[in-house]
Design a protein around this ligand. Structure first.
Ligand code: ADP
Ligand code: ZN
Length: 724
């Protein structure tokens, strides 16, 4: 039986487990229930996909979203894993062929929506009972709880699972759940003895920035211009603002589409697909967008309006960087948004819920205003202790160059106060700057604040005022001709009781999402290779390979099949199917630029142990081998041992992999190139396919010997690297 680690490497092409994946998998394999709390992008899927491959029967995955099911199943199939889904998007004949496969026990994973389980009374459940089911996985498990933010009534039905299938373990997974929701999930699913696994909520590859909302559109355009090749989501509060932002961005030459609840299902699906397939880089969305999206190379998430609580902020920003590469979360904050959102937070006839919503909103705005590490604030909110500084948020990096602006703030606030909280922004600034304009009343020209801000430009004053408003020292009242007034917090500043930090420059940022130098041009070429394959296979590009894989290719420049197999994401199947195409692109690029492989840089840190699905030696193979070494022919050995010659060929081929026999001991040299050609084209199994392609001239033993010869070459590269 293959071990979990073997499957991780061979089927998925990954080096090592993340978080507590390994312990989770072990728990499930021991038939114990498990509850998994892991951040988005953490790798929850593997926690049930790997057990599914190890256990004998079928794993049933319950998932709330049709779009996500198809994605997951496509990704599994591309790795050569037998998986299907059943939902309303399938035609009758497609469904019935899935049912056939299920009856024949051909599938390892089946994805279904919860309502499907209970369709037509017990009919589907009874059907499942006729199958060999080894595991139920409940994805997005928080949907079962009222306390979660995404309650789905049909999830309630799942409470019956434990009763109906008492011997089958259940693994429940979610990315968001506070303590209350967590307990509720365990209770509703009747998981009394579940092992609970909680991973850190930290998303180290997400870089958090919160900026005062001023000159936002220009900053946005600057940012997007520097990230033209990247995909991202921009969240806005209302349908109208998404539509108008899309329009503006298009006029400025960006490819953007909108996504909100006011659109038809069809239009939403079209836009989501365009985004998934990298045909459009930017989606401007209301919060309705997100759950159905599995796209791993979202490089930025921008909030143009304040999220209503930290859970939402965390979840929405969490859609960035699922591939583990550096990504940005940028939020534009204004005190005005807090006021707007307060209205939304009022729940008619439910004062208790209103109180909770307002409290959550206040915590969100406190996070924006505080001068603390953003990451620490988020993690503390979720009850997680962390060290002081993260070095990857705007506060820790001090990208906003804050300075003590107490004196400036006092000048501004006293001007507003002297003008009796009755004038608008421009007027106040003119007074501060000592404007000679006749629009300024003469009485105001004799105020002590008149002209005390001459040394600061109009523009700068404008920014400082925006900050003072954002941070709640001033508020604007009225919509048509808003006037400024000093808040209580502002009075504390005037009284010298509170200090004010102001922001000097707009932010600087790192441009690259990689720490190591890599070949950008090659990276772009590889995207084209990936897109072409994705089109042929009719799946989104990230299902073929994530950006993390392309980045490693463009960093380590592998020059052979053995080397490319070291790249993250190249499991056996993908290696055989796509390895050649990517290798060709890398080799051509390196030849043009006279670059050599840097794979040793990767291996130096991370030795990948010897390929693990190796056959092992046994007595019967050893007997055949010894006779062969004594000089007997295959036919003679077959005769002596009473086996078919093909069996003996199989025995001997084993020793080619171990290096004890040379491939030419078993295969005539001139046949070898044509066999390698076919292996390149079809991969190294099933053997029948290769035999068909090669014809009568070549036998199974010879094919096997060449395959093992290639494996041996691969091993010896790895061995020698390991020794060094
Ligand atoms: P989640 O469901 O927790 O949001 P996924 O299961 O979709 O996350 O995993 C996110 C990405 O990380 C996927 O591309 C997945 O293949 C990859 N991944 C998961 N586990 C590992 C691992 N141990 N090593 C490398 N990549 C991994
Ligand atoms: Zn920080």
């Amino acid at each position: 039986m293959a071990t979990a680690l073997q499957i991780l490497k061979d089927k998925f092409g990954y080096e090592a487990f993340r978080f507590n994946q390994e312990q989770i998998i072990e728990t499930v394999l021991n038939k114990q229930d498990a509850f998994v709390l892991m951040p988005t992008g953490g790798g929850k899927s593997l926690c049930y996909q790997i057990p599914a491959l190890i256990l004998s029967g079928l794993t049933v995955v319950i998932s709330p979203l049709i779009a996500l099911m198809k994605d997951q199943v496509d990704a599994l199939k591309i790795n050569g894993i037998k998986a299907e889904f059943l939902n309303s998007s399938l035609s009758a004949s497609e469904s019935s062929s899935v049912y056939d496969e299920l009856r024949q026990g051909n599938l390892k994973l089946l994805y279904i929506a919860p309502e499907r389980l209970f369709n037509g009374g017990d009919q589907f459940l009874n059907f499942l009972k006729t199958l060999d089911i080894s595991l139920f996985a409940i994805d997005e498990a928080h949907c079962i709880s009222h306390w979660g933010h995404d309650f789905r009534p049909e999830y309630r039905l799942l409470s019956a699972l434990k009763k109906e299938f008492s011997a089958v373990p259940i693994i429940a997974l979610t990315a968001t759940a506070d303590k209350l929701t967590r307990d509720d999930i365990l209770d509703k699913l009747q998981l009394k003895n579940a092992q609970t696994f909680i991973s850190s909520f930290n998303r180290p590859n997400i870089h958090y920035t919160i900026l005062p909302k001023r000159g936002m559109y220009d900053q946005l355009v600057d940012y997007l211009s520097e990230h033209r090749d990247d995909s991202g989501i921009i969240y806005a509060l209302s349908r109208n603002s998404t539509e108008s932002l899309v329009e503006k961005l298009r006029l400025d030459g960006f490819s953007a589409v909108s996504y909100h609840a006011g659109m038809t299902t069809e239009a939403r699906k079209t836009n989501q697909d365009l985004f998934s397939r990298d045909e459009v880089k930017i989606v401007v969305a209301t919060i309705a967008f997100g759950m159905g999206i599995n796209k791993s190379n979202v490089r930025f998430v921008i909030h143009t309006d304040l999220p209503k609580n930290i859970e939402s902020y965390y979840q929405e920003t969490g859609r960035a960087g699922r591939d583990g590469l550096k990504s940005d979360a940028i939020l534009y904050y204004s005190g005005g948004d807090v006021i707007k959102l307060k209205n939304f937070a009022m729940v008619e006839g439910n004062p208790e819920q209103t109180r909770i919503m307002l409290q959550k909103l206040a915590q969100m705005s406190a996070l924006c205003e505080a001068n603390n590490c953003r990451r620490k604030s988020i993690l503390n909110y979720f009850g997680e202790e962390t060290s002081e500084s993260c070095d990857s948020c705007d506060i820790c990096l001090n990208t906003q160059e804050k300075f003590d602006g107490t004196t400036i703030a006092q000048k501004a606030l006293s001007a507003v106060a002297r003008l009796e909280n009755r004038y608008g922004l421009n007027y106040v600034i003119n007074v501060l700057r000592g404007s000679k304009s006749i629009k300024i009343k003469s009485a105001h020209k004799s105020l002590s604040v008149y002209g005390i801000g001459k040394d600061i430009s109009q523009d700068e004053w404008y920014k400082y005022f925006q900050d003072l408003i954002s941070f709640g020292f001033l508020k604007q009242i009225g919509s048509e001709y808003p006037v400024l007034s000093v808040t209580e917090k502002g009075l504390a500043v005037l009284g010298g009781k509170e200090r004010v930090l102001l922001v000097k420059n707009s932010f600087k940022r790192e441009k690259s999402f990689s720490e190591k130098p890599f070949e950008k041009e090659l990276f772009d070429e590889l995207k084209i290779v990936r897109n072409n394959i994705a089109q042929q296979e009719n799946v989104p590009a990230y299902i073929i390979f994530s950006d993390a894989t392309l980045l490693e290719l463009a960093t380590y420049l592998p020059q052979s099949k053995a080397e490319i197999s070291q790249i993250v994401g190249f499991g056996e199947v993908k290696l055989n199917k796509y390895g050649q195409s990517f290798l060709a692109a890398v080799i051509a690029y390196c030849a043009k630029k006279q670059l050599a492989s840097k794979i040793a840089d990767k291996i130096a840190k991370h030795v990948r142990p010897v390929k693990v699905n190796q056959e092992v030696e046994n007595e019967t193979k050893a007997l055949s081998y010894n006779l062969f070494k004594e000089g007997k022919t295959i036919a003679e050995i077959a005769e002596i041992r009473g086996f078919a010659p093909s069996t003996i060929e199989g025995h001997l081929a084993f020793y080619v992999q171990s290096g004890q026999l040379k491939v030419t001991d078993l295969v005539r040299a001139e046949k070898i190139p044509q066999i390698i050609e076919v292996i390149k084209k079809y991969g190294d199994y099933p053997l029948g396919t290769l035999k068909d392609a090669l014809g009568e001239n070549v036998n199974y033993g010879e094919i096997k010997a060449v395959i093992n010869h290639l494996k041996h070459a691969n091993l010896s590269v790895e061995e020698s690297l390991k020794d060094s």
